[in-house]
Design a protein around this ligand. Structure first.
Ligand code: F6P
Length: 363
């Protein structure tokens, strides 16, 4: 069996754990293990296909905890699904991709990707011919339907939590509030989890409408009732506020300024995708790698590994796609992406509210 691994889309911590687990367990099963370099870029740029051949030591055990992808995820200017669509080069892109894959004579391709990549894979079977295609969900956004966890999420929550822990100390010294802007695209899961972990006094996520005047009243009430004049206001990057433009944390900061509440903004940015992979993500990566290899041996194709109620198994990518909220891909014309959002009955919303956090106008 000849199996290739490819990492695509935005990186996150846990990719190296996933790659090494696939490689070592694949080699132990007697498979030939290859890694495509730079995502689809490595299959389509001149001289393609670009790939590495793995042995047991190519990705050393001590490096599997490191963030980033050993295989890299591709240059932003290179040809990929997004840039090719924008430039009207989809035909060339598809032809190159198909040619490279055929040249590699693969039996299976394991794509470690986000909801964008996996949604596209489900819509482009023709590209892969007889190659078995197995998806492994990774993203800090936790926006992939039908899985309770994605590789990278737990580490991102830890990174954001640690970032806020540090801010709280300086916040207290200066009697000020911090509006911290988390990543997550249109999904508030990362903000919600870290918000509960740091006992944020407000958690604003795109899924729940909020009123800036109620946020301000809430902070003023904490100052008056508890005598505390510092804390964290967690602002998910996907929130919108009518009449405002610019970065979401800046919008919130302006509202606090208007009410005379001393504050600063803080942007952890891509540190949420970095940091040593936490144990939970490494364990998930190990379990997903085993499930992906089992799926290959069981002759499955167009399936994705997933964790559901503590059990790891596979689900068809078509089912994953159907069960989310399907929207046009914001970056690729004529392409759709399936999204999972924080639901109204998420227990963490109630945990946050019970601790006195303002989580918006949840009915
Ligand atoms: O999807 C992962 C993610 O980190 C989002 O949370 C964020 O909005 C985006 O990618 C950032 O992308 P880029 O790496 O292009 O800045």
């Amino acid at each position: 069996m000849k199996i290739a691994i490819m990492t695509t889309g935005g990186d996150c911590s846990g990719l190296n754990s996933c790659i090494r687990n696939l490689v070592v367990m694949g080699l132990r099963r007697g498979f030939e293990m290859l890694g495509i370099l730079d995502g689809t870029d490595g299959l389509t740029r001149p001289g393609a296909p670009h790939f590495a051949k793995f042995d047991y030591n190519t990705l050393p055990v001590e490096n599997m905890r490191l963030a980033g992808s050993f295989l890299q995820n591709g240059h932003s200017h290179a040809m990929n699904f997004q840039t090719a669509a924008k430039a009207g080069d989809v035909k060339t892109f598809n032809a190159r991709l198909k040619k490279s894959l055929a040249e590699m004579k693969l039996d299976a391709l394991v794509i470690v990707g986000g909801n964008g990549t996996l949604s596209i894979v489900g819509q482009s079977h023709a590209l892969y011919g007889n190659i078995q295609v197995i998806g492994i969900p990774k993203t800090i956004d936790a926006d992939i339907p039908l899985t309770d966890r994605t590789i990278g999420f737990e580490t991102a929550v830890q990174q954001l939590t640690a970032f806020c822990d540090q801010l709280l100390l300086t916040a207290r010294s200066h009697h000020r509030w911090f509006a911290v802007q988390s990543m997550g695209r249109d999904v508030g899961a990362l903000a919600l989890h870290a918000g509960v972990a740091v006992a944020a006094d407000a958690i604003l996520i795109p899924e729940i409408k909020f009123k800036p005047e109620n946020l301000v009243k809430h902070i003023q009430k904490i100052q008056k009732d508890q005598g505390r004049d510092y804390g964290i206001i967690m602002v998910s990057e996907g929130i919108k506020l009518r009449g405002h433009s610019g970065r979401p944390a800046d919008m919130i900061s302006r509202e606090l300024d208007k009410a005379g509440i001393p504050n600063r903004t803080a942007f952890p940015e891509h540190t949420q995708r970095a940091g040593d992979t936490v144990a939970r993500d490494r364990i998930l990566a190990a379990r997903f790698a085993d499930a992906a290899l089992d799926a290959i041996e069981n002759k499955e194709t167009y399936v994705m590994t997933r964790l559901r109620n503590g059990v790891v198994d596979t689900v068809s990518i078509a089912d994953m796609f159907k069960s989310g909220e399907i929207t046009p891909d914001p970056n690729i014309p004529d392409t759709f992406v399936s999204n999972e959002f924080v639901s109204d009955d998420d227990p963490l919303l109630f945990a946050a509210a019970a601790r006195g956090a303002y989580i918006g106008e949840l009915k």
